[in-house]
Design a protein around this ligand. Structure first.
Ligand code: KG4
Length: 341
């Protein structure tokens, strides 16, 4: 079965062709980073216009690279929530046009859930339930995943999302490019070689309840601004900022695993592209006897359409011959997009 995935919920116009939910034949991403960088964040109007301009080109490139035609596609999967309304509408309208000319079914995809299915292009799917960790520019959340479409929130974004905190730290430290800020903060953190000093932001963690599961990063972000004003070096600030943020994430995972008794964690989202985080989580997993699954290919951590096609495959495959209503829904073209989950 060959699926065509479409992702346009934020600032990436992406289309991928995936075979049997496991083999990526093409994964084309047109990033708008350079357009949004001067504004230190995504400008919704610019994003939707850029999707409109790029989506045809991305579609043709995805088919060409996969060496396939629309006639060979079995289903279309498109992100319909959550995200920027105008951006989501571009992808959804494109999917509807393709369905109209081809008669193909459309599987409607939740972007957050799709991130948790990206690793299954690389490893076999684990059995349910598992814990799903999402760390991106818009979300820091932990879910109890009981099955397809069954995500129960354990902890959600309280203030700044994790990736957003990286972006804001990059801006406040005057780093370039400040958007997205994660890669430059990671690079600066690596340049800090002196680990003997006591970490700058560690006291912030001491004030928190050690058994809570919560994703709040705005306090650390503010502490970064003060540390910069006091004259601490940028590489040390980046190093200690990362270390404190990652310690908080580890603590949340450990607490959630202990509380639920679940020993499988699937992680996704742009922040997982950070190698220091991946290393720390791998050590935590070993220590706590947890099976940790996260994308090894960094492209699969950030927004992409392959994850949309993979989740689309699982959903499409799960619709047994008896669920006529659900199958009928796949052919309806009057669906809407939603900015929220
Ligand atoms: O998942 P994603 O591509 O888009 C959203 O759906 O938000 O995540 C983008 C976020 C940005 O905030 C970016 O700064 C962060 O992921 N990010 C990183 C790294 N690479 C990207 N954060 C920390 N370290 C990185 N290496």
């Amino acid at each position: 079965m060959i699926g065509l995935g479409i992702e346009s919920s934020c600032d990436e116009t992406a289309i991928a062709i995936v075979k049997d939910g496991t083999k990526c034949l093409s994964n084309i991403i047109s990033s708008q980073i350079e357009m949004h960088a001067p504004f230190h964040g995504v400008v919704p109007e610019i994003a939707s216009r850029a999707h409109l301009e790029k989506i045809n080109f991305v579609y043709e490139k995805a088919l060409a690279e996969a060496d396939c035609s629309l006639r060979e596609i079995d289903y279309i999967a498109v992100t319909v929530k959550p995200g920027l309304l105008g951006s989501l509408m571009m992808g959804a309208s494109f999917a509807k046009s393709l369905a109209l000319v081809s008669g193909l079914p459309i599987v409607k995809i939740d972007h957050v859930e799709a991130h948790l299915y990206a690793p299954f292009l690389e490893v076999p799917r684990p059995s349910y339930p598992f814990l799903g960790l999402l760390l991106s520019g818009g979300n820091s959340a932990l879910y109890l995943v009981k099955g397809l479409g069954e995500l129960e929130v354990i902890a959600d974004t309280m203030d700044d999302a994790c990736g957003e905190a990286f972006d804001k730290v990059a801006t406040s430290l005057g780093l370039e490019p400040a958007y997205p800020g994660g890669p430059v903060v990671e690079k600066k953190a690596k340049e800090y070689k002196n680990n003997e000093n006591s970490p700058l932001f560690k006291p912030l963690l001491k004030g928190r309840n050690a058994s809570e599961i919560a994703f709040s990063f705005s306090g650390i972000k503010t502490a970064v601004i003060y540390a910069h004003q006091k004259g601490f070096s940028v590489d040390r600030i980046c190093h200690d900022f990362q270390a404190t943020v990652f310690e908080l994430i580890e603590r949340n995972l450990k607490n959630a695993s202990q509380r639920t008794g679940i020993k499988t964690i699937v992680a996704g989202g742009g922040v997982l592209a950070n190698s220091s985080l991946q290393n720390r989580l791998a050590i935590l997993a070993q220590r706590e006897n947890i099976k940790l699954i996260c994308p090894q290919n960094k492209i699969l951590c950030t927004d992409n359409a392959a994850m949309v096609a993979v989740l689309g495959y699982f959903i499409y495959e799960s619709l047994g011959k008896n669920s006529h209503t659900k199958i009928k829904e796949l052919y309806a073209l009057d669906f809407e997009v939603d900015s929220k989950r």
